[in-house]
Design a binder for this molecule. Structure first.
Ligand code: GLV
Length: 343
């Protein structure tokens, strides 16, 4: 029997490294021959990934997968890697570009959800929300008393945003409702952000020294690894709170531990960690002034579903010869097109 007229006789083989929302899977199945590591909570073992990519033209991967030279060497037919995340430090983009492999991410759709989570951490650390619940759970709530579990005000204080991209902008917009002074530090000035929110550009050191809340939102690159190190933490106010919703290695955790135990800063809210996943014995979790989360910045049902659909759309475009909407390495596309036009 011949295949339906709407589908080419052979469809591109793609590999999906985890169970994804049905909407995204159905979309992929319409256009591609899909194989999937159909597990909810287990990352695909490296050898399985290598074996599967030997035949695949496209891969939908998560941040738990390292896409490096070694993996690419065992994936001769691979043309697209669609990351189910906005950050793509798990992928060696330069190596992909050298091989003409397109890399895509999922920007835009997770901006507001991640900004909400940054604010959830900010509020929780400022007002000691988690610590306060533990007091009840441990049967330690005896009475109302004047200075019991007192925290930091948020309203009217100074917010410093390091890395003012889409999410940083969304964090700043929320700060207007709290009548905050907003500082930002970024690779380039953002006049539209300044006009929208009243945010003021500040040098890195000035931002650290003046902010009551420092929210870190930079991508992880060789330049930003341990950007928040001992020197940066010592510059912050003793009453200041650090929030990290970007990537764990941007913060030097050993330095942060010292900062929190020796009172250089007041508290930290962390969604991301140097080595993920962490367990209950992580030293920072033992501190009452740390609120720690398991990397859930973009984890709303609607947003994770949209991210999966966007990743699927990027993958389908790439394996069917169209330029993916969220291409991270346009050089790889040009290389591929050049090859096509030059024969
Ligand atoms: C998640 O961390 C992402 O980068 O989307």
């Amino acid at each position: 029997m011949s295949p339906p007229a709407t589908q080419p006789a052979t469809r591109p083989r793609v590999y999906i490294t985890r169970r994804i929302p049905g909407e995204a899977l159905q979309l992929l199945e319409t256009h591609c021959d899909c194989r999937i590591f159909d597990h909810e909570d287990t990352p695909v073992p490296r050898d399985v990934l290598q074996r599967e990519l030997a035949e695949a033209e496209g891969a939908l991967v998560l941040i738990t997968e390292r896409v490096d030279e070694e993996l690419l060497a065992s994936a001769p037919r691979l043309r697209v890697v669609a990351n189910l995340a906005v950050g793509y430090d798990n992928i060696d983009v330069a190596a992909c570009t050298r091989r003409g492999v397109l890399v895509t991410n999922t920007p835009g759709v997770l901006t507001e959800t991640t900004a909400d989570l940054a604010w959830a951490l900010l509020m929780a650390t400022a007002r000691r929300v988690v610590e306060a619940q533990k007091v009840i759970e441990r049967g330690q709530w005896r009475t109302w008393s004047p200075m019991f579990l007192t925290g930091q005000d948020v309203y009217g204080r100074t917010l410093g945003i390091i890395g003012a991209g889409r999410i940083g902008g969304a964090v700043a917009r929320r700060a207007r409702g709290f009548d905050m002074t907003i500082l930002y530090h970024n690779r380039r000035r953002r006049p539209e952000l300044e006009a929208d929110t009243g945010a003021r550009y500040a040098g890195f050191h000035e931002l650290l020294e003046r902010s009551d809340f420092v929210v870190v939102l930079v991508p992880l690159t060789p330049e930003t690894r341990h950007l928040i190190n001992e020197d940066a933490l010592r510059r912050m106010k003793p009453s200041a709170i650090l929030i990290n919703v970007s990537r764990g290695p941007v913060v030097d955790e050993k330095a942060l531990y010292k900062a929190l135990t020796e009172g250089w800063i007041w508290a930290a809210g962390l969604d991301v960690w140097e080595q993920e996943p962490i367990g209950p014995d992580h030293p920072l979790l033992a501190l009452p002034n740390v609120v720690g989360l398991p990397h859930i910045g973009s984890a709303s049902i609607a947003t994770r579903t949209r991210m999966a659909v966007v990743a699927a759309e990027n993958l389908i475009a790439g394996v069917t010869g169209r330029r993916p909407p969220n291409l991270v390495n346009p050089e790889a596309w040009e290389r591929r097109e050049g090859r096509a036009t030059n024969g």
